[in-house]
Design a protein around this ligand. Structure first.
Ligand code: IPE
Ligand code: IPE
Ligand code: MG
Length: 252
């Protein structure tokens, strides 16, 4: 069983501050290009934005922050950019994990690890083990992650573990096998960089998530902008299929 209930099976309790924020950190390359810098400088500066957003989420009491760092389709990029991103990921794990641990942050990495090298995988495992019992923010980095791939691996794992369910399973059954089984569905999705698409991020989990798009490029995204996104979220009526009158009636 998963810890959290699906938005399509029950109506979740809504909190003023989103419990779970999921972000597509887009626009690093354009940030660099605007400054006549190589794309990789944008990725480098993007790390500073990550630090600030993690800090702001902790201060605001957000429980889960999920960041899309590298998609299954990003392997299609030029080899030197891919290898820079892998190197940056390793460097960040080496440099930041002890600080995350001091701040009571639990780190999780979701996605397919098969194409990562051994050293990177070792650091991922060590970081997850070290921070596993932390009860502050849960920070999830999605790396070599794709929503479709996740659903497919979940189905395979479920059918392997529970062959009895093979032709008779329900939504609730598969959720335990998806890579975000430990978190409630995102309340708020943010995409920076101006594009208005999901790009194969958390397809299953975004079913009833509030979407927020901003033109700000990721390296320029800061705590105040996050607060604006949360403010916009707070103004919305989450109906989960019901009428507005029903929602109002429940609030009274
Ligand atoms: C997002 O920024 C970071 C990754 C996908 C790794 P981009 O690198 O996609 O930046 P743009 O979209 O080209 O500006
Ligand atoms: C999505 O950004 C993936 C990440 C931010 C990691 P992309 O820049 O790869 O998305 P598309 O290709 O523009 O849809
Ligand atoms: Mg992009």
């Amino acid at each position: 069983m998963t810890l959290f209930q699906s938005s399509t099976c029950t109506i979740p309790t809504i909190h003023q501050v989103p419990r779970h924020i999921a972000i597509i950190m887009d626009g690093n390359g354009r940030w660099a290009r605007q400054r006549l810098l190589p794309r990789i400088m944008g990725h480098q500066r993007g790390v500073e934005a990550v630090r600030e957003i993690v800090k702001t989420c902790r201060e605001l009491g957000v429980e889960y922050l999920t960041l899309f760092a590298f998609s299954s389709e990003n392997w299609r990029r030029p080899a030197d950019e891919v290898s820079f991103l892998m190197g940056l990921f390793l460097k960040m794990l080496k440099r930041e994990v002890s600080k995350l641990h001091e701040n009571n942050i639990r780190l999780k990495i979701i996605g397919d690890r098969n194409r990562f090298d051994k050293i990177l995988n070792q650091h991922i495992e060590d970081a997850e083990r070290l921070t596993a019992n932390n009860v502050g923010l849960t920070l999830t980095i999605a790396a070599d992650y794709g929503g479709r791939q996740d659903i497919m691996q979940g189905l395979r794992a479920m059918i392997k573990a529970r062959p009895d369910l093979a032709d008779n399973f329900s939504e609730g059954d598969i959720e335990a096998y998806l890579s975000m089984h430990y978190a409630p569905e995102p309340d708020l999705f943010i995409r920076t960089g101006g594009e208005q698409r999901i790009s194969n991020f958390l397809l299953w989990q975004l079913a009833y998530t509030e979407l927020y798009f901003t033109d700000t490029l990721w390296p320029s995204f800061d705590g105040e902008m996050l607060k604006s996104a949360i403010h916009s979220y707070g103004m919305r009526e989450r109906r989960f299929g019901r009428t507005s009158d029903q929602v109002q009636g429940e609030a009274d």
